[in-house]
Design a protein around this ligand. Structure first.
Ligand SMILES: [Zn+2]
Ligand SMILES: [Zn+2]
Length: 373
């Protein structure tokens, strides 16, 4: 990234950190957590301990970070190297990202940026100008991406509450600042479980690795009465609703399942997993030493803020997570896709000088689709 662009992003971020310090708070039990940050064009600094909001604000104002992170784990000594930290427990955490949902809209709002000649084109594997295959892809997620991610968050909450005895008040949903949501679960029965158990938990939540026997099917002489019913708890009930559709069809479909045989049933389970399993990133949940973007901080992939969603249904990231200045700035823009921020439409721009609000300029510069004029 060019020096002038970095300077512009740092100035814009700094203004936000200064004016919105009320949004930047340490989480509970802050002194037991590990913090880390990145500056523009530089590596990660981590293993930092921060005890209160004052120290946190100092970190923001002194370093003007591009991204700030905090652990979901609690340690005795968060600022020591990993093997000396003494891990105590960790909040359960889930990452739901539109890029993992196989949405058909995605190719319509993906751009390819050539690393050789900076040519920007709509989703392609090869630069249209110099034919280079050194392509960096950026997505400008649409409403469908956000709505589909919200659906996954609701499915996840349902499984956590109904099957895993998590209380609703302990589930906190945050917009990640780019393409999805981070779901935190506090004070659950799972605080102290390790990586392997967390991995098993993600299998359960995403309905992966289910075996036919659990759902009544056997290799030899399956028994009709052991197939799940509509009012059963957990995945048995969800399986029934998905596979049988209605109560009246249940008996007929069980006959079909039995006559199709065991391996076909396994395929049915895989289809159910694809359709109603919750699409979470298992690697994120099972990593018990990770640091996550800090709520209230800006995501440098977009210039939007990672923010708590009070009402997920009404939440609109392109209004509710955009906090940067409305002042105007002149940029060279090359943006082949329209986008909307704060109820204003921007794009398309083809190698042209435009004067736009800072919040939109930051969004495009973060996506490498504009540069300061
Ligand atoms: Zn090129
Ligand atoms: Zn989309």
């Amino acid at each position: 990234m060019k020096e002038t662009d970095i300077k512009f992003l740092e100035d814009s971020f700094k203004k936000y950190y200064f004016e919105h310090s009320d949004l930047i708070r340490v989480p509970e039990r802050s002194s037991e957590r590990e913090f880390g940050y990145q500056k523009f064009n530089s590596g990660m600094t981590r293993h930092i301990s921060i005890k209160d909001d004052k120290e946190l604000h100092l970190l923001f104002m002194q370093n003007i970070p591009s991204d700030v992170y905090c652990s979901n784990a609690y340690y005795s000594f968060p600022n020591l190297p990993m093997n000396e930290k003494d891990w105590k427990e960790a909040d359960l955490i889930f990452d739901i990202d539109a890029k993992d949902l196989n949405l058909s809209c995605r190719e319509n709002h993906t751009v390819s940026i050539c690393n050789e000649c900076n040519q920007v084109s709509k989703n392609s594997e090869r630069c249209l100008k110099c034919s280079s295959t050194k392509i960096e892809k950026k997505s400008l997620p649409c409403k469908n991406c956000i709505d589909s991610s919200k659906t996954e968050v609701s499915k996840l909450s349902e499984v956590l509450i109904d099957d895993l005895a998590v209380s609703k008040e302990n589930i906190h949903v945050y917009f990640s600042g780019n393409e999805g949501f981070h779901v935190y679960v506090y004070d659950s029965q799972f605080q102290q479980i390790g990586s392997r158990e967390r991995s098993e938990l993600t299998d359960y939540i995403s309905f992966r690795g289910a075996i036919p026997e659990t759902f009544g099917m056997k290799k030899f002489k399956p028994n009709r009465s052991s197939f799940p019913d509509f009012d059963e708890n957990g995945w048995k009930g969800r399986f029934s609703k998905q596979v049988f559709g209605t109560k009246s069809k249940r008996s007929k479909i069980i006959s079909e399942l039995i006559s199709n045989g065991y391996s076909s049933f396994q395929k049915t389970l895989d289809d159910v997993s694809q359709n109603i399993g919750v699409k979470i990133d298992p690697n994120v949940t099972m990593d018990i030493h990770r640091i996550f973007r800090l709520p209230g901080s800006i995501n440098s992939k977009s210039g939007l803020t990672k923010i708590f969603c009070k009402d997920l249904t009404k939440f609109d990231p392109y209004n509710d997570a955009s906090f940067l200045s409305d002042d105007s700035i002149e940029v060279f823009a090359n943006c082949p896709i329209e986008f909307k921020l704060k109820n204003k439409k921007f794009g398309l721009y083809t190698n042209e000088k435009v004067t736009i609000p800072i919040f939109a300029a930051v969004y495009m510069i973060c996506k490498k689709l504009a540069t300061i004029a």
